[in-house]
Each structure stands twice: as C-alpha cells, then as structure tokens.
Design a protein. Structure first.
Length: 143
C-alpha cells in the first residue's frame, strides 16, 4: 500500500477519534439537576434543570431513565430524540409507574414511617455513545 494512503487513513482515523472525544466531552459538560418531584395521575414527574455551558447545541438521540429504591424499580422513562440549546432550560421527565412495586414500597414506608430516598438513573444518548448519570431524589427536600 502507498505510504500517502496510509498517512491519509491514519489522519482520518485520528480525526474521527478526536471528534468522538469532543462529543463525549460536550455530553459530560452538560449537567442535569433534579429540582422538583411530583406524583400525578399515576405517573411520577421529575422536573429537571439542564445547564449547557458550551456555546453550541447538541442533538440527542434521547434519554432513558428509571426510578428505583434499593433494587425495586418504581418507574421507567424514555424520550424521543431532541436538541439541547445553549444556556439553561427546564423540562419534565414523566415516569410510567409500576403499580405493584410502587404500592409495595408505599406500604413499607407507611409501616416503618419513613420517607424513602428514590434513586433516578438516566442514560443520555448523545451521538454514537451513551452516558449514564445517577441522582438521589429525596421527596422531602424537593418541592
């Protein structure tokens, strides 16, 4: 194989790896913060604040998530593809509740007179890769 072709292929691969790294870095710099928690109409709604400090937008393939306490899954969420604009924005994740698991957890909380800490795990699907993030939601501290 010609040396020039090898150099061109090497440069092309290096550029591709660099672009993937920049997309990953952008996905990591965008932060999600839960700000409110609500239970309505059989669904759990979590209001999120999204901070994009970069002066560019990012096309997402979607966000998947689940709410759980311990190992019990309370609800799941999946979104359609969307675009993140620069700056601060707010959106609501509506989790479909698993009635059996949620009822068991509610009954256990009533018996032991505790407020369970709910863990939310989201998977941010940016182009070509996915990034997992986990948050603890304490319903007593969120409005």
């Amino acid at each position: 194989m010609n040396t020039n072709i090898k150099i061109a292929i090497g440069l092309g691969l290096a550029y591709g790896v660099y672009k993937l790294y920049k997309i990953y870095q952008l996905g990591e710099e965008i932060t999600y913060t839960p700000v409110a928690f609500n239970y309505t109409m059989g669904n759990i709604e979590v209001k999120m604040r999204l901070d994009n400090p970069i002066n560019t937008s990012l096309k997402m393939r979607g966000v998947d998530g689940k709410l759980y306490t311990g190992s019990t899954i309370l609800g799941t969420f999946s979104s359609a593809p969307f675009e993140i604009k620069e700056g601060v924005s707010y959106f609501t994740l509506v989790f479909k509740v698993d009635a059996i698991n949620s009822s068991a957890q509610l009954l256990q909380s009533l018996i032991f007179k505790t407020i369970p800490v709910i863990t939310m795990q989201i998977i941010k699907k940016i182009p070509f890769i996915s990034i997992k993030e986990t948050f603890d939601l304490n319903p007593a501290k969120l409005s």
